[in-house]
Design a protein around this ligand. Structure first.
Ligand code: ATP
Ligand code: MG
Length: 534
């Protein structure tokens, strides 16, 4: 007889939330995540300061970066963060928008649930709404082709604004567009851009104004020996992955050798081996050597004597970029190097002011570097994030050939048009569709709020303009006026809007239907180390 005895099905370390509690828990989590990034939306949004577990500081306005850095536990919250990550992977910009939109969709769902609407109806309405939204946003798109540099620069501008580095916006947008255009290819009638062809490098010192576009690659090092040339034209470049030293002995780079006499004083056999290492490079016909590991002093000496410019400890990623840009083979051991492994560049030059090597006129012309400068690492990191956003949106717009206007114009139009559509649907789904439409209000509302304007007034003004057919009316965040965003040149790639609508809607529709959450806790008895002690 089991009567009166509890039947235990789940293990005792499983935490369970059922029904309304599960829904509420997911809604609260999504709203919390959206709330965390909301204040950063738009050109006048604020920045966040994050301190990681290792104590490093990040100051940023970038939604994806903030969400990546804050560690969350809640599975619903993790899904919202996933939306921002997908946006970052697919588009490179619009991550804050996507996260804020999921939060708003979940908030709307909350009031629908309170009105007694079943979650499956809400989910159905949201999916219908998404299809309609994508259709509308496509109809609002403009065309752009790669020859239209002005529009592409405006796209970069919109992505960069608000990332606390606005001062140099006017210079960076041109650099970004030139860089992307230089690597754009036409394949089977379609424009394609390989993101990795545009490299972004950071250099501390000097001002942000000194950012430059280098048609080639940059290595953040200097030549190993003063006796080597600073500049090599018609460079034949050897790429060696192994150390240019004899690793068996302890001699290594501790002894400074500067004259031929000193060299001679060393153990003859070892010297021969080192000379041989240098000889492999010299014999191949190379006049530049990039080595991924260290170069022993005697080898440096021989290379310098042969007029070869050599660089040591080049990071692996730079070696790979160099191999691609110069059409060179990355050789594991110097003894295997042959003339046909060498890459070619018009010029390899050590900069006069800073410790960098510029390699330009590469055999592969699709190797471009944007060199950023700044006075602090925090600034440089944020500058890099902004340039990456700018680079990605220009690539998106070139590949798709489309863009839309920003400033909340698209979202207001979506809100109005989906509402109209809802009325034609009828039934309970109509309510879900109306709520879906209302969720888009969060974007213009937040833009207004973050810029210090009354959000209610601004949303009313926007709706009025759109009701009278002004499809591109948006908020000028600097004056508070509702104006034509096309004339204001506030442009965003269509891909960004499509992606945020799609992933926010799908995630919200999925989360709403959850009515049971079973979370297994990894319980450890107090004081127990996670690894057995040796
Ligand atoms: N000059 C401008 N005037 C009005 N709105 C603007 C202007 N520039 C950008 N916006 C709007 O700001 C929003 C983008 O803000 P922001 O760049 O902070 O967030 P995001 O692109 O969603 O996320 P992130 O850049 O962090 O990945 C878009 O709605 C865009 O239309
Ligand atoms: Mg942005």
């Amino acid at each position: 007889m089991l009567a009166g005895q509890p039947i235990i099905i789940l293990k005792d370390n499983v935490e369970r939330n059922v029904g309304r509690e599960a829904q509420r828990s997911n809604i609260t989590a999504a709203k919390a995540i959206a709330g965390a990034v909301r204040t950063t939306l738009g050109p006048r949004g604020m920045d966040k300061m994050l301190v990681g577990s290792t104590g490093d500081i990040i100051i940023t306005n970038d939604g994806a970066t903030i969400l990546k850095e804050i560690g969350v536990q809640h599975p619903g919250a993790k899904m919202v963060i996933e939306v921002a990550k997908t946006q970052d992977d697919q588009v490179g910009d619009g991550t804050t928008t996507a996260a804020v939109l999921v939060g708003s969709l979940m908030e709307q769902a909350e009031s629908l649930i309170e009105q007694g609407i079943h979650p499956t109806v809400i989910s159905q309405g949201y999916r219908l709404g998404m299809e309609k939204a994508l259709e509308i946003v496509d109809s609002l798109a403009y065309k752009v082709d790669p020859s239209d540099k002005k529009t592409l620069m405006k796209l970069a501008d919109t992505a960069i604004t608000g990332k606390s580095i606005e001062a140099v916006k006017g210079k960076l947008d041109g650099i970004i567009v030139d860089a992307v255009l230089a690597v754009t290819e036409k394949e089977k009638g379609k424009m394609v851009v390989d993101e990795d062809d545009v490299m972004v490098k950071k250099q501390r010192g000097q001002s942000m104004d000194d950012a430059e576009l280098i048609r080639g690659i940059v290595i953040d090092k200097s030549r190993v020996h003063e006796g080597m040339p600073r500049k090599v034209t018609k460079a034949k470049v050897a790429l060696i992955a192994a150390p240019m030293e004899i690793t068996k002995t302890q001699v290594k780079a501790k002894i400074k050798i500067s004259t031929a006499e000193q060299v001679a004083a060393f153990n003859a056999q070892e010297q021969d081996a080192l000379r041989q290492l240098a000889e492999y490079i010299i014999k191949s016909g190379a006049n530049v050597l990039l080595c991924q590991k260290g170069i022993a002093d005697p080898v440096q000496f021989h290379l310098a004597k042969a007029g070869i410019l050599a660089v040591e400890d080049v990071p692996e990623s730079d070696m790979q970029n160099a191999a691609k840009a110069l059409s060179a083979n990355l050789i594991q051991k110097a003894e295997n190097l042959t003339a046909k492994d060498l890459g070619y560049a018009e010029l390899v030059e050590q900069d006069h002011d800073i410790d960098i090597i510029r390699i330009s006129g590469c055999r592969n012309p699709r190797a471009i570097t944007i060199l950023l400068r700044g006075t602090s690492d925090y600034l440089l990191d944020e500058l890099e994030r902004a340039v990456n956003d700018g680079k990605r949106v220009v690539m998106d717009a070139i590949e798709d050939g489309t863009f839309v206007v920003g400033g909340g114009a698209v979202e207001t139009e979506l809100l109005m048009k989906i509402k109209e559509y809802a009325a034609s649907v009828g039934g309970r789904v109509q309510l879900a569709l109306e709520a879906y439409a209302d969720a888009f209000e969060v974007i213009p509302r937040t833009l207004a709020e973050n810029s210090g304007y009354n959000p209610i007034d601004k949303v009313v003004d926007l709706k009025k303009a759109h009701a009278s057919g002004k499809k591109s009316a948006g908020l000028n965040v600097y004056t508070g006026e509702v104006v034509d965003m096309y004339k204001e040149n506030v442009f965003e790639p269509l891909r960004s809007k499509r992606q945020s609508i799609q992933s926010a809607s799908e995630t919200a529709a999925l989360l709403i239907r959850v009515d049971d959450m079973m979370i297994t806790q990894n319980k450890k008895p107090a004081g127990m180390p996670s690894m057995p002690m040796a």
